[in-house]
Design a protein around this ligand. Sequence first.
Ligand code: FPP
Length: 273
Amino acid sequence: MTIVRTGLKNDIKMTKNIDHYIKRLDMDRLPAHVAIIMDGNGRWARQRMRERTEGHSEGVHSVNRITRLASDLGVKYLTLYAFSTENWHRPTEEVDALMRLIGWTIRKETPELKANNVHIRLLGDIDRLPEEVRADLQHGVDETAGCTGLTLGLCLSYSARWELTMTVRKLAEAVLNGEIAAAAISEKDIEDRLVTSGIPDPDLLIRTGGEQRISNFLLWQAAYSELYFSPVLWPDFDEECFVSALEEYQKRERRFGKTGDQVKTEQQASGEI
Ligand code: FPP
């Protein structure tokens, strides 16, 4: 199977045979959900004596190619940390440029996302975004509503502490309304009120750009995610880097608090090994 993408004018062409990647992977053990902290755009630009915002523009190419590859490989959920609640504190020019870039990118890419059966889901305090950007995003959501392939989660004006605060408020209201008894609140009651409700927890959480921290991203959901830190700056993060992360994920033993022996016995019983 050869997939040749031409992309739009400035886009990176993905001309590699997807078999090249598939051969390196155990396709029965792909992560269902990959979440990415896309870091390093500013440094990428500074290293080239360019404006930070040019690093963000370049980062869009990585968004496009990693989304395409994830979709082509059959990953079910890809969640991207595109703008945190803390990012509102950046210089106004950078915030404005990022907002324009996000709206413009989604408007431009929606036809291709739809053609590839990718469903866009917005995760975060979306009401804080400028109206025009919200319109572009909503257009993308509406256009891809019927898509059943990859779910592309865009974390915008998102932070895990914001999300957990909203969730606590919703639960407090449910208790006050008599819908739930405080003593009966379960993990599922919490999960049902997170912005990621209905999306399984990330199996693999990648952070690019060399820093090794979570930065207020999916703190509840990442409880058992495999963490992968790449030194590569986001604009340079390409298909090879993504497949390397998947390969590393496939070497890990996920025990979820159990012993290695228990995990092996369960895998043998289910015919996994
Ligand atoms: C972090 O790098 C990156 C961001 C704050 C923005 C990421 C946004 C994009 C790549 C555009 C996404 C667009 C869509 C439509 C999803 P940084 O600026 O903190 O880098 P630095 O650590 O090198 O300064």
